[in-house]
Each structure stands twice: as C-alpha cells, then as structure tokens.
Design a protein around this ligand. Structure first.
Ligand SMILES: [Zn+2]
Length: 184
C-alpha cells in the first residue's frame, strides 16, 4: 500500500468519527512563525498550551525570511489584517537542520537528481543564501524577529516575540520580548 493509499484509508475512518466545526479566526489571536522540523509537529502547540483553532501557524525550513515582501510576510499580513491576530511569535528551535547545512552536498544532490547546473548557478541570491542556511540558531531567531519587527508592512502595535524551542524537552526560552517595544 502506498503512502497516499494509507493516508486516504485513515482519512475515511477519521472523517466518519469527526463532529463539530471550528472558527477560521484564531481564538488566542496569535500567529506563530516556526520551522518545518518533524519534531515540532503535534508538539510545539501543545507545549505552548495551544489547541486546534487557537493559532495561525506559518512554517518553513529554518524559520527564515529571505524576501521582505515574500511568503512569510504575506502570511503574517493576512493573519494580522484579515484574521484578527494580535501577537507574533517567531520560534526557532535547537538542533535545526538549517543550521550549518552543507550547501555542497545539496548542490551535488540536485545535480544527481537531474537539476541543470546553470539553474543552480543562476539562483539569486546564490544557493547558500537562497536556501537560507545559517550558523547560529539563536542568532537566526533574533535576526528574523528583527526583520519581521522592522518590516514596513507590520503594524507597530503588534508585539513580535522571538523564542527558542527545545524539540527534545519541549521547553521554550524567550530571546526577544515583543512587549518591551510596545510599552515604549
Ligand atoms: Zn528547523
């Protein structure tokens, strides 16, 4: 049985057992921007005391923002201006796969899977920056939190917090407290 078949078979049982509906706007009025890491699935939100219907969650590889008008900022804008979110949590995590990613290996894997060298070489910015790899998980959260905070499309009355999550223990550490700026 393929993975798709397994998913669909499970879905049939799942749907038959479902009841009730849930609102589109998040009950806790929060939008989380975090990493796509497998260990965060069904773990980060419970660790924060958030349940289905409580939060908007945006994910990508490494919790990175490359384009000031790109997908992350667009989703944050929709969460804030259309879906009543009043606080932003930027949450990186320890042991992130995007930290110290080996760009040479990725390039070799792309080539071996049929991607043209010219396609890789023409990337703007160059592959390493395009992937959004970074050296320091703490520095990345601080940097991305500042990028979101400083983005001209973000309203100044929305706190932007920066946190570090431990995917082993489930503990959260505050690196940037967005309320301080709000109080000024
Ligand atoms: Zn990660």
């Amino acid at each position: 049985m393929s993975l798709l078949d397994e998913v669909l078979a499970h879905n049939e049982r799942f749907v038959s057992e479902r009841q009730g509906t849930i609102k589109r706007t998040p009950a806790r009025k929060v939008v989380i921007f975090t990493c796509m890491d497998t260990r965060l699935v069904d773990f980060l939100e419970p660790a924060m005391g958030l349940r289905r219907g409580d939060a908007k969650v945006i994910k990508n590889a490494g919790t990175t923002v490359l384009d000031p008008n790109g997908g992350v900022i667009r989703s944050l804008a929709v969460a804030i201006y259309a879906l009543e979110c009043e606080e932003v949590f930027v949450i990186g995590h320890l042991d992130c796969g995007m930290a110290n990613l080996d760009v040479t290996v990725i390039r070799e894997n792309m080539l071996s899977r049929g991607v043209a060298a010219s396609t890789i070489d023409d990337l703007q910015p160059a592959l390493g920056d395009w992937l959004g790899t970074f050296r320091d998980v703490y520095g990345n959260v601080r940097r991305v939190t500042q990028i979101v905070r400083d983005n001209a499309l973000m309203p100044k009355d929305v706190p932007v917090h920066g946190l570090m999550f431990d995917p082993s223990s489930g503990s959260l550490e505050v690196l940037v407290k967005g309320y301080i700026e709000k109080a000024q």
